[in-house]
Design a protein around this ligand. Structure first.
Ligand SMILES: [Zn+2]
Length: 468
């Protein structure tokens, strides 16, 4: 929030100076802070798919038109040959603060100690866990402007996650609250007593500006069921919290003989609930004859949502390719990003796989913008509608020979790849690694060439556009 206010102040001051200068010089008054000129806009929320210019003023989308004159903006960026889309939304992400483990937020977590030392001293296998949460702003590298943490924290640990990570991120961070009060703490995610419906619902309602749903995951997947671990405890309690707080539930699920996938998506899941990891190895997506399992369409007819949630263990081409060929594309793209997969995975990578399977780019953008926005009941996101936050991605579609991999270490070849060239969040240019919006260094304003002597000197930057 502080950064947003600063950015607005900077933009307003900049605007005032330029208006004054323009009036003196009798030149046209710039109406916009930023103009993305000449790009191909894909904005499925508004049914737009064609050449348009996009203008931004004080952090909001101000105009989307066929031709906006360049002299109407303070900063003009030539994006011809590129796609301009609403900032992408990744609804399955795991935040940390630069190496924090997923259970960092639990006050008694052994991972607060030095892991190797703690392992030696306590012999507790949990203290040997590698940190799993990744910095939220890593998402900006894929054109993502909103991420939704998928249950890293629960009712008892959410405040810490909020204060240590969410409140400091430049990317917008929302969250599914884990039905388990301690969040993702390995073994503790199995403790039914920790799945407290009232604490869950109270927390969702208290932080309804950030928490958009409930998450259940990893529940009792190996050992025999017994009295302390009823078959559907995690799913039932997550749904009860979803009912109480009137929010959707995201399921990470493992079928077993006592609880089938069909039971989950045809009985337990409510309309609007989300099955993430849909192409994981454990689901009967394709039947023995190679045909798509009809329960998927039956569930869709009931309003159940299917999400990718790729991750390090939840995406198999044997499911994905055959399902997509038969017309079943997940409703939303998402990464399940954590440190176990961030070296190879990104939102761009996930979307590139589907592009290479033949899903048109405009359809993919729909599944990375307006669809996830509606899944989390935030229709104001994922759109370039006038007056909304100027969250914008500039994407390039590369053509060539590319290799893609799945979680079963199989590969698929493709001829297309999506790469983010620029990411704008509330009007600020936060990611622009090739300098699309920057001036050639020799042409920078004079203060760029200053050697600062004292703190408080004019910053040696080539322009004054807000970039952090
Ligand atoms: Zn996950």
């Amino acid at each position: 929030m502080r950064q947003t206010v600063e950015a607005i102040c900077t933009l307003t001051a900049l605007f005032a100076v330029l208006v004054a200068n323009a009036q003196v010089a009798n030149t046209p008054v710039p109406r916009y802070d930023l103009l993305l000129k000449g790009g191909h806009v894909i904005d499925p929320a508004n049914g737009l798919d064609g050449k348009r210019d996009v203008a931004v003023l004080v952090g909001k989308v101000a105009a989307v038109e066929k031709d906006i004159p360049a002299n109407e903006a303070l900063k003009v960026v030539d994006v011809s040959g590129l796609y301009v889309t609403p900032g992408l939304i990744d609804i399955h992400y795991h935040v940390g603060h630069g190496g924090a483990p997923l259970n960092w937020f639990a006050p008694d977590s052994p991972d607060h100690e030095v892991p190797a030392l703690a392992a030696l001293l306590t012999a507790d296998p949990r203290s040997q866990l590698a940190p799993l949460g990744v910095p939220a702003d890593l998402a900006l590298q894929s054109g993502v402007t909103t991420i939704v943490d998928a249950g890293t924290a629960g009712a008892d640990t959410f405040l810490q996650e909020k204060e240590e990570v969410i409140d400091h991120a430049k990317v917008r961070v929302l969250a599914f609250l884990n039905i388990v009060a301690d969040g993702m703490t390995g073994g503790l995610e199995q403790t039914v007593d920790q799945m407290d419906v009232k604490r869950c619902a109270d927390t969702v309602l208290r932080y309804s500006d950030i928490i958009v749903g409930v998450k259940t995951a990893h529940y009792w997947t190996q050992k025999p069921l017994e009295e302390l671990h009823p078959t559907w405890a995690a799913v039932d309690r997550a749904v009860a919290c979803g009912e109480a707080a009137k929010v959707p539930v995201m399921f990470d699920f493992w079928p077993r003989p006592e609880r089938s996938y069909a039971d989950l998506i045809l009985e337990k899941a409510r309309p609007g609930d989300i099955h993430t990891h849909v192409f994981a190895q454990q689901f009967p997506i394709v039947l023995e004859d190679g045909k798509l399992n009809p329960i998927l369409q039956q569930a869709r007819n009931r309003g159940v949502i299917f999400d990718v949630g790729h991750g390090a263990g939840s995406f198999w081409f044997r499911n994905a390719v055959r399902a997509v060929k038969q017309g079943f594309v997940p409703d939303s793209m998402s990464t399940d990003l954590h440190t176990g997969d961030f070296l190879i995975l990104s939102m761009s990578n996930v979307m590139s796989k589907f592009l290479s399977m033949g899903v048109p780019l405009s359809d993919l953008i729909r599944r990375a913008t307006v669809n996830p926005a509606h899944e989390i009941h935030r229709p104001e996101l994922g759109t370039l509608s006038i007056g909304k936050d100027a969250d914008i991605a500039v994407l390039d579609e590369l053509h060539g020979h590319f290799g893609y991999i799945d979680c079963g270490y199989a590969k698929m070849e493709g001829t297309s790849q999506i790469v983010a060239r620029m990411t704008i969040r509330a009007g600020r240019i936060l990611y622009d690694p090739s300098g699309l919006s920057m001036v050639q260094w020799e042409k920078a304003r004079p203060q760029y060439f200053n050697i600062p002597m004292l703190q408080g000197s004019l910053p040696a930057t080539a322009d004054s556009y807000p970039r952090n």
